[in-house]
Design a protein around this ligand. Structure first.
Ligand code: CTP
Ligand code: MG
Length: 380
């Protein structure tokens, strides 16, 4: 069969410049190691992936990469590693992508563009970026020798793609080179340059990790804002008023006074949300005496606050509320309360806790309940 594509991922370096105290390819970026990112990005366009591991780390690489890849022991130099890997590719593979695990974030799209050029008949294809800075040659004494013509210079990346026979021949020369295209050039074969991508940069030094994370978390420039809210209500003497608290009705507990249902937990969360979004507070938004809110449930207020927070361009990351008072005991209905509050907030993460105040203050004397809440919101 023809047209089969193999990828070699060079991952046998120790990453001395990164200084992570483990091979660079095993360094984690969020949920995956560099080599796992590289494999995940290339696997959609390759039938076979060979990963070169540092001597002694083979089983560790096999463990994290599973059966989908073939792990082999790399050589002393990168070009040695590639040469060993080429020898392991079965004869029926026509195209080979050679990639660095250190360029872990190079996209599947880039690999696919390289491969497309091979399919269209190119024998060697490399991705590249334009040079932004002026480049000068400098002598060993620190003096400029000359200034290069920037317009014809390119920064070369991987994955580089080759017809298998060309790559094999190039490596038979057994010379060292930091990229495989250089060996192919030495054979006099035309090497096609296509547009590379910023995210295919080589992770080399510690500051590159932060740069890489920015590609993985495009929302790292999202704005997080925190808000706080407090509410308190006295127990009512009106025996017909049931206790509304944390989105639940508590039968046979004393109710709380208030224009609305008096749900201190819901109201504290509302204030926390409004304050996080710079939207004022419950009073300034709903009016304490507004007829429309007479007897309004905590759930209704929460839902309306959520709409306001959303309109301001935010979504809720989480809210947390603590209820302060002697009774009711919250723990037995905590899960129910969380689910009621969360439902009112369209599924937002909610946590509910409670405390008594050791007999102190109006809550300790059993005169009422209070609640304090925080909300974390993030620009949507
Ligand atoms: N590589 C390899 N075999 C070697 C040396 C390097 O497979 N004998 C791989 C590295 O794992 C890396 C890629 O070649 O993915 C490019 O090399 P580089 O970025 O220099 O990685 P390291 O050699 O690991 O880093 P350093 O030079 O800082 O030690
Ligand atoms: Mg190196």
């Amino acid at each position: 069969m023809i047209n089969k594509t193999a990828a070699i991922i060079a991952a046998a370096g120790m990453g001395n410049r990164l200084g992570a105290n483990l091979p660079k390819s095993l360094v984690k970026l969020l949920d995956k190691t560099l080599v796992e990112h590289a494999v995940a990005n290339l696997s959609p366009v390759c039938e076979l992936i060979i990963v070169t591991a540092p001597n002694g780390y083979e089983s560790e690489y096999t463990k994290i990469l599973g059966d989908q890849v073939k792990v082999i022991t790399g050589g002393v130099l990168r070009s040695d590693s590639i040469r060993i890997a080429i020898s392991k590719i079965p004869a029926n593979y026509e195209y080979v992508l050679v990639h660095d695990a250190a360029r872990a974030l190079a996209s599947t799209t880039l690999a696919s563009s390289v491969l497309n050029q091979l399919i269209q008949g190119e024998q060697a294809v490399i991705p590249a970026l334009d040079v932004i800075d002026t480049i000068k040659e400098v002598d060993s004494k620190g003096y400029v020798r000359n200034t290069l013509n920037r317009s014809s210079l390119k920064v070369i990346q991987t994955p580089q793609g080759f017809s298998r026979s060309i790559l094999e021949r190039a490596h038979q020369a057994s010379e060292d080179a930091t990229d495989d295209a250089a060996l192919v050039e030495a054979l006099g074969v035309a090497v096609k340059v296509i547009a590379g991508e910023d995210r295919a940069f080589k992770i080399t030094t510690p500051s590159d990790i932060a740069t890489a994370l920015k590609f993985l978390i495009p929302d790292s420039d999202k704005k997080y804002k925190v808000g706080i809210g407090v509410d308190a209500h006295a127990f009512t003497t009106d025996k017909t008023r049931k206790l509304s608290l944390a989105g639940l009705v508590w039968e046979s507990e004393d109710g709380l006074d208030g224009h609305s249902d008096g749900d201190v937990a819901a109201h504290a969360i509302c204030d926390a949300l409004l304050s996080a979004a710079d939207l004022g507070d419950l009073g300034s938004n709903f009016g304490v005496a507004e007829a429309a809110y007479a007897g309004a449930t905590g759930a209704k207020m929460l839902a309306e606050c959520l709409v306001k927070v959303k309109s301001a361009g935010y979504k809720i990351e989480n809210v947390s509320v603590q209820i302060v008072g002697n009774r009711p005991k919250i723990a037995p209905r905590r899960a129910e309360a969380i689910s009621a509050l969360s439902k009112a907030l369209s599924g937002a993460k909610v946590s509910v806790s409670a405390t008594s105040t050791d007999g102190l203050g109006f809550t300790g004397e059993g005169k009422g309940l209070s609640a304090i809440a925080t909300a974390l919101i993030v620009s949507a």
